[in-house]
Write a protein that binds this ligand. Sequence first.
Ligand code: ADP
Length: 347
Amino acid sequence: NQQSSGQISHLALDIGGSLIKLVYFSRNNNNSVASKAGNASSNGNSRTLVVDGQIHFKRFETSKINDCIEFIHSRKLHLGGVQHHEAPTSDKIMIKATGGGACMFADLFKEKLGVFLDKEDEMDCLVAGANFLLKAVHHEAFTYMDGRKEFVQIHHDDLYPYLLVNIGSGVSMLKVDGDGKFERVSGTSVGGGTFWGLGRLLTRCKSFDELLELSHQGNNRVVDMLVGDIYGGTDYSKIGLSATAIASSFGKAISNDKELEDYKPEDIARSLLRMISNNIGQISYLNALRFGLRRIFFGGFFIRGQAYTMDTISVAVKYWSKGEAKAMFLEHEGFLGALGAFLSYEK
Ligand code: ADP
């Protein structure tokens, strides 16, 4: 995602427990680029959104913060905008930043780049980012079910209220009623960090991508106890449970018929992904029910555009709500907070 000749302004950061997200803007020197919000391209860790110039999205692992600082330095992203003139003699370069790391790494940014991090509230940023994307980007929200992705057009007047579920390391659930109007109504510590941490302990895999890749190849039925396993292969139809419904995540691993080594990492990874996605889907639905919300938008980098994750969350929401509530996902899923911090330059 090379931006070469463009003039950089406004770098914003979201420094989370697992990942650092960067959003920055480059103005195009020529005017030939279509200036329409919503033109997006992506490759791996980078995305681009064309908005009379380009908004760039980039992520790094928080443990590799020095790579992130080197990236900012090599592209001079931090020199884009001098925001505050605190004293006549010393111009201070302020960079908008959110997430826990905005406090924790402030000294490092000052030391290595000579910039000050101007902290913005994480929840404010999440909501600002989500509201912006849902209003400004044509192809942003989509449903995902049975392998089918369908973009959803939401009219500005009909956006609120909605439930925003951000699945980062941990999970936050916010009831959003308007611009800057929201309440954090719930959350769970069983989130993306749990999937990655527990997955690493159980499978010994080396990276998050490897864990995801493993989960693609696995079969959760080897590890999960299904209704059919308990009811001799038949449904428990009286209470509407099919034979294939999971009665107990990981419940089949109690069996003495199998040596522990015989449980394959890929089956464990898949069961874990399913368990966590299901659980988040269910808690989200309960909160939507609590406040009478029909729409639930899921963001955060746990999702990573993964078919199986989105499918599981969608099915959980559909199942528990008996089709009343809808799970929706966002193209810029992991960048809500960073985008919110970016937008806060305008405040
Ligand atoms: P946070 O702000 O807490 O870091 P994110 O929205 O960035 O939250 O999501 C972090 C989660 O994203 C991780 O817990 C993990 O489940 C998932 N994830 C996706 N890609 C990666 C990656 N390359 N490395 C680590 N975790 C990743």
